[in-house]
Design a protein around this ligand. Structure first.
Ligand SMILES: Cc1cc2nc3c(=O)[nH]c(=O)nc-3n(C[C@H](O)[C@H](O)[C@H](O)COP(=O)(O)OP(=O)(O)OC[C@H]3O[C@@H](n4cnc5c(N)ncnc54)[C@H](O)[C@@H]3O)c2cc1C
Length: 397
């Protein structure tokens, strides 16, 4: 009899981890528990759908390493399974002379990360690549692509089930107990013993990981990201993706224009503190989520540091005009009258006790249980490489 592996969470990270463990241990048993009725129900199906090429991430970080490899693996996976993957390319545009220094720094980072095909372009070439974009200078990344992560997750779940893995939906894990040589996973009132367990619980990562090792930090702070959908008549004004130069104080990339695999053009996402971890509406509130947020010292330290940006983001959330004023700096011909409210996603952003937003992926281990405590963007892009990295660690422990 082979070993039994358990995975909590069937987002794209949990599914890729389960797939990698099943591939490496064909004689083992793999069980995935997902609390929602379908796989990929949260961050995985509420993202921008961008397959990042590694422009932004600190060289040497897990993000830098796993994004580059993950992009390549995802392209192969999509080709193999007939899933959408379109390298429509991205421009990161500086519209203000003050942004040139930050664009230079970003270029250095991207080059160190070996972003394929990266080029610095001037205003003329910005117009050639994106005829309706404004910009003094830009980085062009032709390898940045789009996909449909929800479809990737569904395909992966089918592949797992066909290979004999047990992917359980509507199966919330309600606690985890440590036992010698493994863990007991409790779901639907039943305890299931596994030899190794990987927690990939996204927006619930801190709560589920705490059952494993008692560690409360880092906490997840949820940031809702809202999108506006460009009316069909203006869709053709953007060919690929147009991004701002990001503010290095934040792990978010700023409101951008993104083409979807469905053909739609979206503007977003902003980053507004969410009062419900898995709440997609502007007025969604869960008392327990708010209580936990305000009880955490890291939250107040973070709030003190970033309240000005917070106020600006909230005003953009309530006013399409304010939202589009920022976006129009990049594509002036798309204004408030050309968009309708679109969907929203909630990012699971881990925050340290000192209030710092944790930038890199964080993975911890404790006696045969591995917890993914921070897997924000580009974790969807990187998922197949995260799975390799996690499987190496799980099987070596
Ligand atoms: C607005 C937005 C835009 C983004 N854009 C991009 C992008 O363009 N490119 C990119 O690479 N990344 C992007 N990301 C990030 C990306 O979506 C996430 O990093 C990635 O989906 C994380 O996957 P995950 O499996 O860890 O989390 P999730 O997809 O959230 O999955 C976690 C799963 O765990 C389940 N779960 C939680 N607790 C339990 C429990 N107790 N029992 C059972 N199941 C449980 C949840 O129901 C959920 O299905 C974006 C994210 C957001 C929110």
């Amino acid at each position: 009899m082979g070993e039994t592996f358990g995975v909590v969470g069937a987002g794209i990270v949990g599914l890729t981890v389960a797939r990698e463990l099943a591939r490496r241990r064909p004689d083992g048993t793999v069980v995935v528990w997902e609390k929602e009725p379908r796989v990929g129900a949260h961050q995985t199906s509420h993202s921008s759908g961008v397959v990042h090429a590694g422009i932004y991430y600190r060289p040497g970080s897990l993000k830098a390493e796993l994004c580059t490899r993950g992009r390549r693996l995802l392209e192969e996976y999509c080709a193999e399974h007939g899933l959408p993957f379109e390298a429509c390319g991205k421009l990161v545009v500086a519209v203000d002379p003050d942004e040139i220094g930050r664009l230079d720094a970003l270029e250095r980072t991207a080059r160190q990360n070996g972003v394929p095909g990266l080029r610095r372009v001037g205003p003329g070439e910005v117009r050639e690549l994106e005829p309706h974009a404004a910009g003094l200078a830009a980085l062009h990344s032709p390898a940045t692509a789009i996909t449909d992560y929800a479809a990737v997750a569904e395909t992966m779940a089918s592949e797992l089930r066909d290979g004999g893995a047990d992917v359980r939906t509507s199966a919330a894990v309600t606690t985890i107990r440590r036992v010698p040589g493994g863990a007991l996973v409790v779901s639907r009132g039943e305890a299931h013993r596994v030899d190794r367990l990987v927690v990939c619980a996204g927006l619930q990562a801190d709560r589920v990981s705490r059952w494993v090792d008692g560690e409360a930090e880092p906490r997840i702070v949820p940031f809702r990201g809202e999108y506006l959908t460009v009316r069909p008549e203006k869709r053709s004004l953007v060919r690929g993706m147009v991004y701002p130069v990001p503010d290095p104080r934040y792990p978010f990339l700023g409101v951008h224009f993104t083409r979807r695999a469905s053909g739609e053009l979206e503007v977003g996402p902003n980053a507004v503190l969410a009062l419900r971890r898995e709440g997609y509406g502007r007025y969604d509130v869960t008392a327990a989520d708010v209580r936990e947020l305000v009880a955490s010292p890291g939250f107040w330290r973070m709030a003190r540091r970033h309240w000005r940006t917070g106020v600006k983001e909230v005003s953009g959330s309530f006013s399409t005009r304010a939202f589009m004023r920022t976006a129009q700096r990049y594509v002036p011909e798309i204004g408030a009258a050309d968009v309708v409210r679109g969907g929203a996603g909630v990012r699971a952003q881990a925050v340290e006790r000192d209030g710092g937003l944790l930038d890199d992926f964080r993975i911890t281990e404790s006696d045969g249980v591995t917890c993914i405590r921070n897997a924000p963007s580009p974790a969807a892009t990187s998922s197949l490489a995260i799975a390799e990295h996690v499987a190496d660690r799980v099987l070596a422990s």
